[in-house]
Design a binder for this molecule. Structure first.
Ligand code: FE2
Length: 237
């Protein structure tokens, strides 16, 4: 399943394999297309992604991970088989994805049909090409990509910001409290660092989460431990 968003100069395509697995975002601009480059945030395996990237004549992928969990990293090695990949992640995330035993979080978390099939997904190891600690920024095809350290969901989590777009991984899913009880998670870090950062975002910011729907800060309010749609809250009254 895919959905496309245009936030000039970015064309952003959100790919989702099924309801449980993560959103993979593929970003392109007119300039990046000329040079065969795309920016990817989190990864899944999808033939549709492969077909679309080949059709756009993409050869080079810069991949940034929002965090280390299994469901956000399954596509890395698969993409490496098909493209020239430069993988960027927080140093904690980089250490976690290197060790095969750490990428089984989905099988631990889920008991439904989707997660059962991944219980037998072979353990794998991913090598990061560029790591960072704290906040950082990179230049990608003339755009300033800011990366903000956002611990809480995991110790290797970050939010990725380009213009008004904010890719938040699992730190701000719409209508769901952020999970902090898995290994490396910290409610204290989330409450003291990540949540204040998210609550202070400009109302024009468009949030691209790791699961579920894309939303604008102006459309939501923080209530009951999560960001919720204001129209949904009105219906409740
Ligand atoms: Fe996660």
């Amino acid at each position: 399943m895919k959905e496309t968003f245009v936030v000039e100069p970015l064309m952003i395509t959100k790919y989702t394999v099924d309801s449980f697995l993560c959103n993979m975002y593929v970003l392109m601009t007119q300039e990046s297309l000329r040079d065969g480059n795309a920016l990817v945030i989190d990864t899944i395996q999808s033939e549709e992604v492969l077909k679309d990237l080949n059709r756009a004549d993409i050869r080079n992928l810069t991949i940034i991970l929002t965090h280390e969990h299994f469901d956000h990293t399954t596509g890395i090695n698969w993409l490496r088989e098909n493209f020239e990949v430069h993988l960027i992640s927080h140093e904690v995330c980089a250490k976690k994805i290197l060790l095969p035993r750490n990428n089984r979080s989905l099988s631990i978390m889920g008991s439904d049909e989707d997660s059962r099939k991944y219980r037998y997904y072979p353990p794998y190891s991913c090598t990061t090409d560029e790591t960072f600690c704290g906040d950082t920024s990179i230049q990608w095809c003339g755009l300033d990509v800011k990366i903000v350290y956002a611990p809480g969901h995991t110790a290797g989590s970050c939010c990725i910001n380009i213009n008004t777009c904010m890719f938040v991984g699992d730190s701000a899913l719409l209508g769901l409290p952020t999970l902090t009880r898995l290994p490396g998670g910290s409610q204290k870090d989330y409450n003291s660092m990540t949540l204040p950062f998210l609550k202070n975002l400009n109302l024009e910011t468009v949030i691209f989460p790791g699961h579920g729907s894309v939303y604008k800060m102006a459309e939501v309010t923080y209530r009951g431990d999560c960001f919720q749609y204001i129209p949904d809250l009105k219906e409740e009254l």
